[in-house]
Ligand binder design. Sequence first.
Ligand code: ADP
Ligand code: MG
Length: 301
Amino acid sequence: MRIAILSRNRKLYSTRRLVEAAEQRGHEARVVDTLGCYMSIASHRPTIHYRGKQLEPFDAVIPRIGASITFYGTAVLRQFEMMGTFPLNESVAVNRSRDKLRSLQLLSRRGIGLPVTGFARQLGDIGDLIEMVGGAPLVVKLLEGTQGIGVVLCETRKAAESVLEAFMGLNVSIMVQEYIKEAGGADIRCFVIGDKVVAAMKRQAKPGEFRSNLHRGGTAELIRITPQERSVAVRAAKIMGLNVAGVDLLRANHGPVVMEVNSSPGLEGIESATGKDVAAMIIGFLEKNAREGKTRTRGSG
Ligand code: ADP
Ligand code: MG
């Protein structure tokens, strides 16, 4: 197969590993800088141009689209889909997953356990919103934050009010969430490929911190997950329409709750914590599933 890896930087661990795994399995892999792609969309035969030349067709494309370039990145991915290239994850699903609120709404509609979550737009509704999620302590999140930035734990009602007022004053979109204290600063990253959790790790926040993100100094270790956790993770990925996803769970008293579903999950943390060759499993998924034009949406919707 000819596989394109849409990534801004070929030196990133995940990008390097995907190239390596593809080549080891006898494929041709090319890293294509997402922002270097440009295209004419008027033509009835869609193409992508790159560094002055038209890109030769690929059999599959692996999107590794950073949160800061979601808009352009998913447009490029859509163009690949219009050309019939099989995407590891479809542009529509990647877009969905980037909006935390939209994702949670989709998951709740299908009965997936979630932390109690609310959102509002007007200052006057803050008091009631705080009540709705059960009062302080609570977590306030920017809807488009990532790597733990924009996630704030408010221990008291007063603190929650000030934080909410500040964010609303800045006109940024936020949501308010029940704080799952019993998770003890840990979450579980389930790496889903197709209909399986192929690897799982527990991430523990550093002392004095509640966010377990590795970027915030968290540490990762191998963990055994329960059949219920396994099934929740696989269902969540499926509902989002993602073939490959990092599904993050919190262990709440009443069972696993989904915190977020990531469409470009990093490979470094999970491969080093579990010793598994996740990159090879991703390429294996493409070998089984990549067929020309076999995308659910073909870039529409
Ligand atoms: P990001 O997209 O920035 O990673 P998350 O929603 O994943 O945002 O939150 C970052 C971290 O904060 C999580 O990995 C988790 O450790 C902690 N966290 C987030 N929401 C909650 C919550 N409702 N209760 C307890 N901890 C939480
Ligand atoms: Mg997260």
